[in-house]
Design a binder for this molecule. Sequence first.
Ligand code: FE
Ligand code: FE
Ligand code: ZN
Length: 289
Amino acid sequence: MLTLGCHLTAAKGYANMAKEAISIGANTFAFFTRNPRGGKSKELDEADVVAFYDIWTAEREDGLVPGKLVAHAPYTLNPCSAKDYVREFARMAMKEDLERMEHTPGNYYNFHPGSHVGQGAEAGIEMIAEVLNEVMWDDMQTTVLLETMAGKGSEIGGRFEELAEIIGKVRLNGENGEPDRIGVCLDTCHVSDGGYDIVSDLDGVLEEFDRVIGLDRLKALHLNDSKNPCGAHKDRHEKIGDGYLGLETFEAVVRHQALKDLPMILETPNDLDGYAKEIVLLREMAKKR
Ligand code: FE
Ligand code: FE
Ligand code: ZN
């Protein structure tokens, strides 16, 4: 059974997201931890969290079992900005988000590593690792995920090597018996835009991922088709099957031994109805003999 869902709006709280997810056949979902345009986050509503677990963990008519959630940090955060106050906001927001996520323990917190804005990838990687080491702590129950990026502009994370370097600099990376609280979320649109040819060589790309980062670090997927060909570095998502990746690529992804059990999140240009249809389509693909 796939753990599959889509990005939902968090505006009406957790319980509402659980209802929406269930209504479209999803058993995971993603949401922004705060307004992506920045600004202050809402206080956590304890009653809403209780209501959420009641709905989310109840036995379902469709028999689906809930998997881990994949929260998304605002994409405007830049932990490797050249400006002190921008890095300071990233630090504050991530710390606050991670503290709030302890109320829904055991889930994922995905973020875009950042853009080095001309300072160079090496300097950027250093700054990102520094922020992670400040906002993460020993017995935290959330796993932080670095998202693979399209390599647009000065984005860091378009190459697997960059993600591996960041992970190598994070103190809580599972070495020396410490808990492993850092991983990677692979976005299908982004890796293709980044130049990894998952259309004709998914196995080869995953072998490369394994060699550079280690497949044990791969914790979640973003399923998006791309409006642009491999290597375009554009980051424009398309509906499943309507872009350069195509249906066969998604069939290969949802059936792949190394991927089929990971939480999969759709971030395609859709309303809830459109997501419901893509969820049906992908669940069928996973079953098909
Ligand atoms: Fe993202
Ligand atoms: Fe994504
Ligand atoms: Zn994207």
